[in-house]
Design a protein around this ligand. Structure first.
Ligand code: HEC
Length: 186
């Protein structure tokens, strides 16, 4: 019995030392210009969704989706988010293929998550990805405005659509493939 337990301990120690050596001798790839394999994306997204289910408070957006607030959200998005998530010119973000995992293109493939979910992702960011925690950079009110903008992309008022067209030379994408968004699309 003692030998059996000793055997298990030695095996565990060998595995840990092996994994550390593998990493510290430089065998773990660290470049960000690669595409994550499907299994990695599936496990990472499963863990992220589960963590969000567990931690994100189910709160309603305190900022009403008025035209003025949505336009504020649009401006905040353009200044802070478009470089990764795609601009209001309906083109992929400059860094769309430069991160591991790649940033989802939120204008071309809008989210259909509830607002508390979107708000939490923006506020706290996503560890081990390029998604920053915006609570260190924007105030709550502004994060809610961006949230309102992102969750109203397919129901913008004519005035907001007109503002979009005037500011960016092109209106919002006509057909949003709602519900088809996945984290792993790039
Ligand atoms: C430097 C690049 C970068 C910037 C800037 C950035 N993000 Fe992200 N964002 C990412 C990445 C990468 C992910 C994907 C994380 C993952 O795979 O789980 C992400 C994920 C998200 C998600 C979750 C999407 C989902 O599928 O659930 C939301 C919402 C989001 N970002 C909104 C924003 C907003 C709003 C801003 C601006 C205030 C912003 N991001 C700025 C890189 C960025």
């Amino acid at each position: 019995m003692r030998n059996f337990i000793l055997g298990i301990i030695v095996t565990i120690v060998v595995l840990i030392v092996g994994a550390l050596a593998f990493a510290l001798l430089g065998f773990v790839p660290t470049s960000a210009d690669a595409t994550p394999p499907a299994w990695e994306t599936r496990i990472a997204n499963g863990a992220l969704d589960a963590a969000m289910e567990r931690h994100a408070p189910r709160v309603n957006n305190p900022v009403p989706p008025t035209d003025a607030n949505i336009i504020d959200g649009m401006k905040l998005y353009t200044m802070n988010c478009a470089v990764c998530h795609g601009g209001l010119d309906n083109k992929p973000g400059l860094l769309a293929h430069s991160e591991y995992p790649p940033p989802p293109q939120l204008i071309l493939e809008p989210l259909d998550d509830p607002e508390w979910h979107i708000f939490y992702s923006i506020r706290t960011g996503v560890r081990y990805s390029g998604m920053p925690a915006w609570n260190r950079a924007l105030n709550e009110q502004d994060i809610w405005k961006v949230t309102a903008f992102l969750s109203h992309l397919d129901k913008l008022s004519p005035a907001v659509q007109e503002y979009w067209k005037r500011s960016f030379g092109i209106g919002p994408p006509a057909e949003h493939p709602k519900g088809e968004h996945e984290h792993d699309k790039d």
